[in-house]
Design a protein around this ligand. Structure first.
Ligand code: CA
Length: 222
C-alpha cells in the first residue's frame, strides 16, 4: 500500500484530499508546515508528496528545494493557483513531477497520483492493478472503457470517474454530496443536479438495475 504525504495548510483542502485518498485505499499523513513537511518527505519513507505552494512558514518551492537538495527523488505533485503559470514553471523547474491547479476534483488528482506511482512501480518492476470489477461490470484504467457482460462501452471522463467511485465502494450508499465532491470537486455547487443526470447516463450505458436509488440518501452500486 502506498503512503502519501500531504503538505497543505488549508484544512478544508487537506481533509478533502485525505478523505479521498483513504476511500481510494491509500494511507496519508498531513502537515500544515513546510519545514516539517520537508523533513518528513526526506526521512519519512513516503511514496508520493502532495505539496501546496502557499504555506505559513516556508513556501512550497523552498520545501521542494530542501527535498531535492537532500537527493530525495520521491514524486512530488504541487498544488498551484489556477492561473499561475509562473508557479507552474517554477515548480517543474524546481523538480516537481506534476502540478495540480486549484480548484481541482479529487478524481483529477487521483489520476495524476496513480500515473506517478505507476511510473515509479514500473521503473522498479512491480505490477499494478489496471482493472476494477464488480458483478459483471469491469472498468479498465488503460483504455478508460467499461465492459458489461463481454461488451465494451465508451464512457466520457466524468462517467468513468463516477463509475469508478461506485466500483470502489460496491454496495455502499453514496450521497450526492460525496459523489459531487469526489467526481466534480470541492468547489462545485451542492444544489446542482449533475449527479442525478450522470447516474442516468451510467444507467443507460451500463444497465439500469446496477445503480439503485436510495430514497433521501443517494445511490448504491448493486
Ligand atoms: Ca495554502
Amino acid at each position: 500500500m502506498s503512503t502519501i504525504l500531504i503538505i497543505e495548510d488549508e484544512d478544508r483542502i487537506a481533509s478533502f484530499v485525505a478523505k479521498g485518498l483513504k476511500a481510494a485505499g491509500f494511507t496519508s499523513h498531513r502537515t500544515a508546515s513546510g519545514v516539517e513537511g520537508a523533513t518528513l518527505a526526506v526521512h519519512g519513507n513516503f511514496d508520493l508528496v502532495i505539496l501546496d505552494v502557499g504555506l505559513p512558514d516556508i513556501d512550497g518551492f523552498e520545501v521542494l528545494e530542501r527535498i531535492r537538495g537532500q537527493g530525495v527523488n520521491v514524486p512530488v505533485i504541487m498544488l498551484t493557483a489556477r492561473s499561475s503559470v509562473a508557479d507552474r514553471v517554477a515548480g517543474l523547474e524546481g523538480g516537481a513531477d506534476d502540478y495540480m491547479p486549484k480548484p481541482f476534483s479529487f478524481e483529477e488528482l487521483l489520476a495524476r497520483i496513480r500515473l506517478r506511482l505507476r511510473s515509479e512501480s514500473s521503473a522498479s518492476g512491480q505490477g499494478e492493478v489496471t482493472r476494477l470489477s464488480h458483478n459483471g461490470l469491469v472498468l479498465d484504467y488503460l483504455t478508460r472503457k467499461a465492459e458489461v457482460d463481454g461488451e465494451w462501452v465508451d464512457l466520457s471522463a466524468r462517467e468513468f470517474t463516477l463509475a469508478e467511485t461506485f466500483l470502489r465502494n460496491p454496495g455502499q450508499v453514496l450521497s450526492r454530496e460525496q459523489l459531487l465532491s469526489n467526481v466534480w470537486g470541492f468547489d462545485f455547487d451542492p444544489g446542482s443536479n449533475v449527479v442525478d443526470v450522470y447516474v442516468r447516463y451510467l444507467r443507460g450505458k451500463l444497465g439500469k438495475e446496477r445503480f439503485e436509488t436510495v430514497r433521501g440518501m443517494g445511490y448504491r452500486l448493486v
